[in-house]
Design a binder for this molecule. Structure first.
Ligand SMILES: [Zn+2]
Length: 137
């Protein structure tokens, strides 16, 4: 079956025990991974073992270009730390994820702002945070 799926095909990482672990391993490679179903072609995120649309055991890893638009934003002001924006982002490949915006005042983040991913080391993990997209669009 050769359907047009969003994103770029990417091999599943070897030696991982499950979908979430695979997602983290891809992040460590600098790949923002998501899944697409080889049976019904729907986009699946967060990662799971079976398609959330049709239940098929036919999910394939795809690499996102890491660009999208802010769907919603909330400015949080923790004690003794600068405010930051928690956002839901609609990725261009057709899925939504929660993240944080860096590099701009939390209150300045707006719905529909274009953003792009910035892989940020955090302890042993790599976090997919986002920055304002000043790219070519
Ligand atoms: Zn499916």
């Amino acid at each position: 079956m050769t359907r047009d799926l969003p994103g770029v095909a990417h091999d599943a990482p070897a030696h991982v025990s499950g979908p979430h672990e695979a997602y983290l391993a891809l992040l460590a490679e600098g790949v923002l991974g998501f899944q697409a179903c080889g049976s019904c072609a729907c986009v699946v995120f967060p990662p799971r073992g079976r398609c959330s649309g049709c239940g098929a055991d036919a999910l394939m890893w795809r690499a996102s270009a890491g660009r999208g638009a802010v769907y919603s934003t909330t400015a949080l002001s923790p004690r003794d730390k600068p405010p930051y924006a928690i956002v839901l982002i609609d990725l261009d490949e057709g899925y939504r994820m929660m993240s944080r915006i860096e590099g701009v005042d939390a209150e300045a983040t707006r719905i529909d702002d274009r953003v792009s991913v910035r892989f940020t080391p955090a302890g042993e993990d790599v976090l997919p945070l986002f920055v304002p997209d000043r790219g070519d669009r």
